[in-house]
Ligand binder design. Structure first.
Ligand code: ADP
Length: 713
């Protein structure tokens, strides 16, 4: 089968990993891939060439699209699309994979509908023969959504959205530190002409004072902005940030610009106010871990659909960790309807069409964004504390628990250094300002430790503090601690926060995305260091102990040739096979290799030994270099996904407490939403000996990483 592939519309980081995945998996399945250059313009003009596996090497960490993208006016007309049909038929393409935004996917949908009609005309005009037409009765079309705006219906993420959010929060984090020094206000314009997701998510990830979106105009935006900023300053904030989506509108559908917001802040509040327009920076840079992993999975699935699916034009999106498949026409229609509604000021309909995930973020923003007074001492309290190792995003959870509690009339108390701190009387009342700015800080500001304590001693302490419920923010040990506290009659909610992502009951834990990004950044640098020095294999040890989740995600995101994890029960035969395949790869021309080893793989097959053995058995083909990433992986500012997850889960946990939750639960991620899982279910699903889930959700990612790494796919 010949599959044509193009990227179209606005470029988005992650398009390249998708191109790589499509090409590699199609070639491995014996199909041919035709690269169409410069989007639809290339189809109209006939700019098509065959892709080889080598053509798509080294693409995982490159932003933009190597296929080129353009806006094609010709393709908007029937004549242009007829030329496109001729190009596809003349190159023998039976299928077309389009990676682009709603405009591009609209074009794909129209092309597939009009196919037969154009073919008839082309035969009549003598451009294609009867035989060619008979061999191409229809075109298989699969769409993947490339858009930094996350504006497509029926998917909770789009290719490039997470990377763009990385760029936005890096910029706002940087602005906040200077803004705070000068007590300034910043108005930040974020991309999103018809969709406010980027602005909304950024406002939660950075703790901005106010946000203006196309889909959710306040009754009077000036009053909203002024009141939000005044409340922030009254609470003690030294700076203010207002995020304005490019397409923000008021209730009457009139645009609200960054300049208009600046004017209000200057004229009414007399604040030193600066505007920052982030512009195309948001499209740039290396794709984030999520945008490498998710797009790789999508690319592979798109090819599978091409080879095995029916002739319906379809589009793939995501729902949490899963891929979802929609009819292309319907998805395009609904996406267009949402954009039109946002553009014409019908915000209720726009919000409706954006879906539950969007609505949930708006509610979260309302709860966390508004300064709330501390309730009286007699009010019930929630105690929040950490268990286990620090993970980036833990502070975001605590901030969300605290502000979520205050917004609901409860007090929030933090215990320093976990339960030990509680017993030592080392607790702190978390008022609204106490957690200000925590959302973007790495580490665990409250402190954490793993030391066990006598749960019976905890209860009187909790009673003395007026604590009704406890939120544990931490790793696998939280399960045991929750069991003990629950046995003492204390209601407990666990929020999973560990870079190992080894808790059952959630598909992602807070901190794991940052850790994966840290691994990928380090590996990108290692690879670059070897550009001039050929014949090198890096053996990189990553954290995770006996759970392969981090190693699997890092392997798929980095394109590692091999990955060793504890679950494999590594033995000599496996090492021998790995060595042979790596040697064969170098014989075939590989210059630099990457092997990931989880730190739970025990001697004698740990990373150090593997590095030595692979080199010794390479027959002089390559040298190895061992690199132990260690605590690099636990540090750093949390990635946007961990901030968002932290905010969502912290708030959901405190909601459970306030609503009178009893016994013990784990508040985790399920699909695109949040799920409250009773502790007995968590216990039944966990393997306490190896501290990992019994049925690992990461098995598919690991298998895919391996097949792609060895070129078996
Ligand atoms: P995006 O795909 O990022 O939304 P555009 O809206 O600019 O970007 O669309 C990219 C290209 O897709 C356009 O230049 C055009 O060639 C094609 N396209 C968009 N809308 C249509 C349409 N309604 N009919 C046919 N082709 C379209």
């Amino acid at each position: 089968m010949k599959i044509a592939l193009l990227t179209s519309g606005g470029d988005a980081p992650g398009m390249n990993p998708a191109v790589r995945a499509v090409a590699r998996s199609a070639l491995a399945a014996g199909a041919e891939v035709l690269a169409v250059r410069e989007g639809y313009e290339g189809l109209v003009q006939g700019w098509v060439d065959a892709l080889s596996a080598a053509d798509v090497g080294g693409l995982l960490d490159r932003g933009g699209t190597v296929l080129g993208t353009a806006r094609s006016a010709a393709f908007r007309g029937a004549e242009g699309r007829r030329a496109a049909v001729a190009t596809l038929v003349n190159h023998g393409a039976e299928g077309l994979i389009v990676i682009g935004g709603d405009g591009s996917l609209t074009g794909a949908s129209i092309l597939s509908t009009e196919w037969a009609e154009h073919l008839r005309t082309l035969v009549a005009d003598g451009v294609v023969t009867e035989e060619q037409a008979a061999a191409h009765p229809r075109l298989r079309v699969v769409g993947l959504v490339g858009s930094i705006d996350n504006d497509f219906w029926g998917t909770d993420t789009t290719i490039g959205g997470d990377t763009a959010l990385h760029r936005v929060i890096e910029a706002i984090d940087a602005l906040t530190s200077t803004a705070s020094s000068h007590q300034r206000s910043f108005v930040v314009e974020v991309m999103g002409r018809r969709c406010g997701w980027l602005a909304l998510a950024a406002s939660i990830c950075t703790g901005a004072d106010a946000v203006l979106l196309p889909e959710a105009p306040p009754p009077d935006w000036r009053t909203y902005v002024l009141a939000s900023l005044e409340a922030g300053r009254a609470a003690g904030r030294r700076h203010s940030v207002v995020i304005v989506a490019e397409g923000a509108r008021d209730r009457s559908g009139q645009p609200i610009t960054a300049g208009m917001v600046q004017e209000v802040l200057r004229d009414v509040l007399h604040q030193d106010t600066r505007i920052t327009v982030l512009g195309h920076v948001q499209r740039g840079g290396a794709p984030s871990g999520f945008d490498r992993i998710m797009t790789t999975t999508l690319g592979v699935r798109a090819v599978q659909e091409m080879l095995e699916g029916d002739d319906r034009a379809i589009v793939f999106g995501t729902c949490g960790p899963d891929l979802v498949r929609h009819d292309l026409d319907e998805a395009v229609r609904m996406s267009r309807a949402a954009s039109d509604a946002a553009g014409t000021g019908d915000h209720e309909r726009a919000r409706d069409l954006r879906g539950d995930g969007f609505e949930a973020l708006i509610s979260l923003r309302h709860i966390l964004g508004r300064p709330a007074a501390s309730p009286p001492e007699s009010a019930p309290a929630v105690l929040v504390l950490h268990v286990g190792a620090p993970a980036p995003g833990m502070n975001a959870v605590v901030a969300s628990v605290a502000r979520g509690a205050l917004a609901r009339g409860w007090r929030a108390i933090g215990a320093s250094d976990g339960l030990r701190g509680l017993l030592a009387g080392d607790t702190v009342e978390l008022d609204w300002m106490a957690v200000d700015g925590w959302v973007n800080q790495g580490g665990a500001a409250l402190g954490t430790n793993r030391h066990p304590v006598d749960a019976a001693l905890v209860v009187p302490r909790l009673q003395a503090l007026g604590v009704r419920s406890v939120v544990l923010v931490g790793g696998f040990e939280s399960i045991g601690v929750a069991e003990q506290l629950c046995a003492q009659g204390v209601p407990v909610a666990i929020v999973p926060a560990t870079i190992s992502n080894n808790l059952p009951g959630t598909w992602r834990s807070v901190g794991s995305d940052t850790a994966c990004n840290a691994v990928l950044e380090a590996v990108d640098r290692l690879r670059q260091s070897a550009v001039g020095a050929r014949d090198r294999v890096f053996v990189v040890e990553v954290m995770g102990r006996r759970c392969a989740a981090l190693a699997a995600a890092s392997a798929l995101g980095s394109g590692a040739e091999l990955v060793f994890v504890h679950e494999d029960e590594v033995d000599l035969a496996q090492v021998e096979r790995a060595s042979r395949s790596l040697n064969a790869d170098f014989d075939a021309g590989r210059a630099v290799g990457l092997v990931l080893v989880a730190d739970g793989v025990d001697a004698p097959y740990d990373a150090r030994s593997l590095s030595r053995v692979l080199e010794a058995e390479s027959g002089g083909r390559f040298d190895t270099r061992l690199c132990v990433l260690g605590h690099l992986q636990q540090g750093g500012r949390p990635a946007p996904m961990d901030r968002l997850d932290g905010a969502r889960l912290g708030d959901a946990a405190v909601r459970w407490c306030v609503e009178g939750g009893t016994d013990a639960v784990l508040v985790g991620l399920e699909g695109e939403g949040v799920a409250v899982v009773p502790l007995p279910e968590v216990l039944a699903a966990s393997d306490p000996v190896h501290r990992r889930p019994r049925e690992p959700g990461y098995a598919g990612v690991l298998a895919l990483a391996r097949r792609l790494g060895l070129g078996l796919l």
